[in-house]
Design a protein around this ligand. Structure first.
Ligand code: UDP
Ligand code: MG
Length: 324
């Protein structure tokens, strides 16, 4: 083999993680060295403002298995992981947080599942320590909402801590959309996915880099990127309003023709108001359908992904072997 590809690349996105990096690295190396895989650790510095870059330089200088990728500014967690996926060259990739909330000790088990044939092994949080009741509850609502509205269903309690086979990484590389929720994207690609329960620890040190604002943005991305249901709602509202307006129109005409209970000019104004109101919503809905299609086209996702092929190739190999 000519390729220098490693067996495993562990991607660690880091944003202002000076307080934990040394510990994280020590624990990762300890765990990975106990397995027999040929591994590499790829730290992605997502525009940290503290001493993270300096520490990464030191770590890279002392440890041959480390590669560091520094982004030009803070692009956010999902993009940092994406950068890592684009730069990883390995048969399998593990994405893990820098704050030791995802225990590295789970990685060997992920590797075992991978060797058994799974292309995605995703960590599912059995318990969560050190996170506020609000965060837990909001996460729950968020996943329910995504699963209800969108075409993929994301496993509850799954984060970004996961192992992905090279096939999956190559598939994700084809998905160049800007608003990314990687855990939903890895679900979307398919392949053989296996859940692995683990206990989520509290952050080892430092503070969460996910304030409410970023969490909300992530939630919106999750829904909007995987669903055009909100657009379609407009059409249904339009149909509803039109139905009501028909009732209103009948009511106005009845008043006008069968009673004395009317004001000159009122019937016409009322009818046109109802009529145009309903019509506008329906037209908005139609425009929405086109916008939805433009939206899904611009995402440029692959139309399909191949799990494996067999048959023909082997036959021709056999033929080839016979003739030589
Ligand atoms: N992170 C990042 N860029 C950001 C925010 C976070 O690379 O803009 C990294 C962070 O260093 C950590 C991981 O993403 O390794 C998860 O962030 P954090 O632990 O703060 O999120 P929480 O666990 O609180 O949801
Ligand atoms: Mg964390």
């Amino acid at each position: 083999m000519i390729s220098s590809r490693r067996e495993l690349c562990v991607i660690v996105p880091c944003y202002d993680e000076e307080a934990v990096l040394a510990h994280t690295h020590a624990r990762l190396v300890e765990v990975l060295e106990r397995t027999s895989v040929d591994f590499e650790i790829l730290y992605v510095d997502d525009g940290s403002r503290d001493r993270t870059a300096l520490l990464l330089k030191e770590i890279a200088d002392t440890c041959m298995r480390v590669r560091v990728l520094r982004l030009s500014r803070n692009f956010g967690h999902q993009i940092a992981v994406t950068a890592g996926l684009d730069h990883a060259d390995a048969d399998a990739v593990v994405v893990i947080d820098a704050d030791l909330q995802d225990p590295p000790e789970v990685i060997p088990e992920m590797l075992a599942r991978w060797k058994e044939g799974a292309e995605v092994v995703y960590g599912v949080r059995r318990t969560r320590n050190g996170e506020s009741a609000f965060k837990l509850r909001s996460a729950r609502v968020f996943y329910r909402l995504i699963n209800r509205l969108s075409e993929v269903s994301i496993p509850l309690e799954a984060g970004d801590f996961r192992l992905m086979d090279r096939k999956v990484v190559l598939a994700l590389r084809q998905m160049r959309e800007r608003h990314r929720l990687l855990r939903a994207m890895t679900t979307w690609v398919g392949f053989r996915q296996v859940a692995l329960p683990y206990d989520r620890a509290a952050r080892f040190a430092g503070t969460s880099k996910y304030p409410l604002r970023k969490m909300l943005a992530l939630a919106v991305d999750g829904v909007v990127s995987f669903s055009t249901v909100p657009l379609r709602v407009v059409t249904f509202v339009g149909l509803g309003v039109s139905l009501l307006s028909v009732l209103g129109i009948v009511y106005a005409i009845t008043l006008r023709l069968l009673t004395d209970n009317w004001v000159p000019g009122w019937t016409l104004i009322f009818i046109s108001l109802m009529f145009i109101g309903g019509l506008q919503f329906i037209f908005l809905g139609i425009v929405g359908e086109y916008v939805g299609r433009i939206y899904s086209e611009t995402k440029q996702r692959p139309l399909f992904l191949v799990l494996e092929t067999f048959g023909g190739a082997r036959e021709s190999e056999a033929l080839h072997a016979e003739s030589t």
